[in-house]
Design a binder for this molecule. Structure first.
Ligand code: ATP
Ligand code: NCN
Length: 232
């Protein structure tokens, strides 16, 4: 499984999931959008339903990818220990792997009940541009765990972050090819990441990101061809 805020989901997430599925011969990767992430600082997070739908859109074409609502439907602050317990209950016979990027892995020792996590699933930490996979602090802690509790693997480097995608959408710069086409269209349709957006009627609150300079930039729904990169 791969947990994330996915605001929005991007190709860095999808490549990480695909690579880990291949390396560990996983039958399935379940993407689990967070309900209420507690370590995302004070920034605005889009509504769980928007993040869930973008995750569904991004993963729909892959028969081995699916999306779980366990964290969203819990209606509480999201802790991975709860995610793993819920998924363990739903898949009692499965070997669970939790996929996480190097940045999230760096902070894993601050997660709720972190000592319990490694008994509930194996963890796979993937490389991410700008973050060290083997920090001294982490490695010294991980050494105390069973040998196969955490695997650290290098994956193709994609310097994409949701933060940059949001910033781009807010400034009417392109997110084409950083996120799947359907997600580009969804961001535009729902007017996400824009201070003056109308997508705020669902519990999401105001944002502290730059105000938009122009209107949304995706192709109209009837178009089948994404615009050229230079246009958006
Ligand atoms: N480009 C990437 N390469 C590898 N792993 C990634 C990449 N982007 C995100 N991840 C990992 O995916 C998981 C979910 O990430 P998240 O939804 O927070 O995306 P993000 O791009 O880090 O978001 P934000 O910029 O809003 O903090 C985390 O474990 C994170 O480390
Ligand atoms: O369990 C925790 O305390 C905890 C704290 C921070 C992040 N996580 C999980 O780490 C995953 C990536 O989180 P994020 O916030 O980087 O998108 C996601 O599944 C979160 O639920 C979990």
């Amino acid at each position: 499984m791969m947990g994330g805020t996915f605001d929005p989901i991007h190709h860095g997430h999808l490549v990480a999931a695909s690579e880990v599925a291949d390396r560990f011969a996983l039958d399935e990767v379940i993407f689990v959008p967070t309900g209420q992430p507690w370590q995302k600082g004070a920034r605005h997070v889009s509504s769980p339903e928007d993040r869930y739908l973008m995750t569904v859109i991004a993963t729909a074409s892959n028969p081995r990818f699916s999306v779980s609502r366990v964290d969203i439907d819990r209606h509480k602050v999201t802790y991975t220990v709860d995610t793993l317990r819920d998924l363990r209950a739903q898949h009692p016979d499965a070997d669970l792997y939790f996929i996480t990027g190097a940045d999230a892995l760096e902070s894993i020792l601050t997660w709720q009940d972190w000592e319990e996590l490694f008994g509930l699933a194996k963890f796979v930490g993937v490389s991410r541009p700008g973050y060290k996979l083997h920090t001294e602090h982490l490695v010294s802690h991980l050494q105390q765990l069973p040998a196969d509790a955490v695997h650290l693997i290098e994956i193709p480097a994609l310097a994409i972050s949701s933060t940059d995608c949001r910033q781009r959408a807010a400034e009417n710069r392109p997110v084409w090819y950083l996120v799947p086409d359907g997600v580009v269209q969804y961001i535009s349709k729902r007017n996400l990441y824009r201070a003056s957006g109308d997508a705020r009627s669902d519990g999401a609150v105001s944002i502290s990101e730059p105000a938009p300079t122009r209107q949304a930039s995706a192709q109209p729904p009837e178009s089948t061809t994404p615009a050229e990169p230079g246009e958006h």
